[in-house]
Ligand binder design. Structure first.
Ligand code: SF4
Length: 324
């Protein structure tokens, strides 16, 4: 059993079937420690890039994935165990993926999801010509950032805004913010005050495109809950009234996709990056997949919880030991 770089496909609400590429690998390394992060707690809260997963390893695994499953995805999402731009190789990985999917005849987009701070550095900006989108989480204004994203000291909203302002104009149009709305019993980031704070940062940064969604699975904290549709629509209207392009990411209408590789290793690698509901397991990995996750729960490798009236399977503490 080994940890893979390539996982999924995952049914993304914003991009359809997305194949995940994790250029960091556990332990999770990020500048943030978001309460909704599907990969759990940040183990190494760090802003120092390192040499981690190599482009050769990504291309080798991607080739094997396509050999077994075909190009069943419409997007490649470069994201996994933290901020992808904490690996110096990630721009090169994106460029090699771009060439490789072209050679294999796969017509797919490439998205990278990053905190955005590394884009102040020339080596990291080299990723921009090779991706279709850069996705930057922006969930909390000044007041809520500590509670929601818990950034490394000094990584302020103003610092991010300044970095994004300086991105060359031809690349700025590829940058999208992602607002992930949620509530707990004590706060919500869907308040008008928070949205006003976000709007001020958005307009100052010169970025004009936003994906809006609400949490749809448990994260590092399981007490997070989705925000109601009406409230989301009011927020979208407010953003659009400011002249911003807004896409509301809803539940994808995807038919059953049975991934050819439904081995323990494939399912566990997916769960290491995203908790999956029983419906999603069945949709993606079939009934055999459901039997697999129940067996792994019985063996204490996975945990099974009820969240927002659905049953989810999540990576338990025993998973990394199980992976060896
Ligand atoms: S959600 Fe993204 S930015 Fe937040 S902690 Fe997880 S990897 Fe980092």
């Amino acid at each position: 059993m080994r940890i893979r770089v390539v996982y999924g496909v995952h049914p993304s609400r914003c991009f359809g079937l997305s194949l995940g590429i994790d250029p960091i690998l556990p332990p999770k390394r990020c500048i943030y420690d978001c309460i909704y992060c599907p990969t759990g707690r940040t183990i190494s809260k760090d802003s120092t890039p390192q040499i981690l997963v190599t482009p050769d390893r990504v291309i080798d695994e991607l080739g094997k994935y396509i050999d077994v499953n075909g190009c069943i995805f419409s997007n490649i999402m470069i994201w996994g165990s933290g901020d992808p731009l904490l690996n110096y190789y990630t721009p090169l990985i994106a460029s090699r993926i771009r060439d490789f999917i072209g050679e294999r005849g796969c017509s797919v987009s490439i998205t990278v999801r990053t905190t955005g701070y590394m884009l102040s550095e020339e080596w990291a900006r080299q990723i921009l010509p090779y991706v279709d989108r850069v996705l930057i989480p922006l969930d909390a204004g000044v007041d809520l950032r500590r509670t929601l994203n818990d950034p490394l000291k000094g990584y302020t909203l103003m610092k991010l805004v300044k970095i994004l302002r300086e991105i060359p104009r031809q690349y700025k149009r590829m940058i999208w913010y992602e607002i992930n709305l949620l509530r707990t019993t004590t706060f919500t980031n869907a308040s008008l005050y928070n949205i006003d704070e976000l709007l001020s940062a958005i307009t100052t940064s010169g970025i004009t495109k936003i994906y809006v969604k609400t949490v749809d699975r448990p994260g590092k904290q399981t007490n997070i809950k989705p925000v109601r549709g009406k409230q989301i629509m009011r927020i979208i209207e407010k953003l659009e009234n400011e002249g911003l392009k807004v896409v509301f990411c809803r539940k994808p209408s995807i038919e059953n996709i049975l991934i050819a590789d439904n081995s323990d290793e494939a399912i566990i690698n997916h769960l290491l990056r995203k908790p999956l509901s029983s419906d999603e397991i069945k949709q993606l990995y079939g009934l055999e997949g459901l039997r697999t996750v129940e067996r792994l729960v019985a063996g204490n490798v996975l945990r099974k919880i009820t969240w927002s009236n659905r049953v989810f399977f999540i990576a338990g503490g025993g998973l990394i030991q199980y992976m060896g």
